[in-house]
Design a protein around this ligand. Structure first.
Ligand code: APR
Length: 242
């Protein structure tokens, strides 16, 4: 099997499910309980700003009640202990559980609950309280703050950097994502075409399962620590074929 130096990881809502944060797409998922166009589009925000602020306020408050699970810790350990190359972490999640587990430089392509941004001057500020239509920008003073979240129809953050990482990885790991939201759903196709070894960790096959060399199915809180242990011990993927 190809030698691995650079590891790129993409996480989705499934990695935080065992911490008690609901995923988006399931019978009890967040999008079963809310209309996406009301709380996750700019048009929805224009229609009812207080409702959208409150929706994200509730999610932000909940972050104080949740803890990272063994899957988050396993990824932080991998980044700390992998010496053969880089380990980069891209998440679609807006929670802060990777950071809480000790991962640094997490790329939040869909934004972060712990930040808000100013529609007037563009400032992005750390924020751990509630926000509202009256919240003033600490930089320009305007009451024009919005959740620092990428809504449907908006362009995800850090795409240029992500593009470089996708081209430069030998192992691409996708964890807990259904693979239906673009552009993240395209990442596996791209790394696969460029010769990386692709592994998905999920409860079941994702919509992009065809772009993976290997699927490891089960709860990420169990499968990921085992995988990281073996990878750090052997420094290659031969253990997968044993
Ligand atoms: N371990 C591993 N995978 C899990 C676990 C678990 N314990 N629990 C659930 N999963 C899997 C589900 O099987 C599903 O495939 O995680 C996936 C979660 O899928 P979604 O709810 O669609 O979440 P995600 O893929 O992150 O959504 C992408 O969609 O609505 C937008 O912006 C939102 O970032 C989000 C994006």
């Amino acid at each position: 099997m190809k030698e691995i130096r650079n590891i790129l990881i993409l996480t989705g809502a499934g990695i935080s499910a065992e911490s008690g944060i609901p995923v988006f797409r399931s019978e009890t998922g967040l999008w079963e309980q809310h209309r996406v166009e009301d709380v996750a589009t700019y048009e929805g925000f224009m229609r009812n700003r207080p409702l959208v602020h409150e929706f994200y306020n509730r999610m932000r408050r909940n972050l104080f009640n949740v803890r990272p699970n063994p899957a988050h810790f396993a990824l932080a350990r991998l980044a700390n202990e992998w010496k053969k190359g880089s380990v980069c972490l891209i998440t679609q999640n807006i929670d802060n559980l990777h950071e809480a587990a000790g991962s640094g430089n997490v790329i939040h392509m869909h934004g972060e609950l712990m930040r808000i941004s100013c529609e007037s001057c563009g400032a992005v500020v750390d924020w751990d309280k509630d926000s509202s239509v009256d919240t003033r920008c600490p930089k320009c003073g305007e009451a024009a703050m919005r959740p620092h979240i990428v809504w449907f129809g908006e362009i995800p953050y850090h795409m240029e950097h992500i593009d470089e990482l996708l081209r430069d990885c030998d192992l691409f790991m996708s964890i807990g994502t259904s693979g239906v939201v673009y552009p993240a759903a395209n990442f596996a196709r791209m790394t696969h075409a460029l010769g990386a070894y692709n592994i998905e960790f999920n409860l079941e096959k994702s919509a992009t399962a065809g772009s993976f060399d290997r699927g490891i199915y089960g709860k990420a809180g169990t499968t990921l620590p085992e995988f990281v242990d073996s990878l750090l011990k052997t420094e290659n993927l031969d253990f997968l074929d044993r």
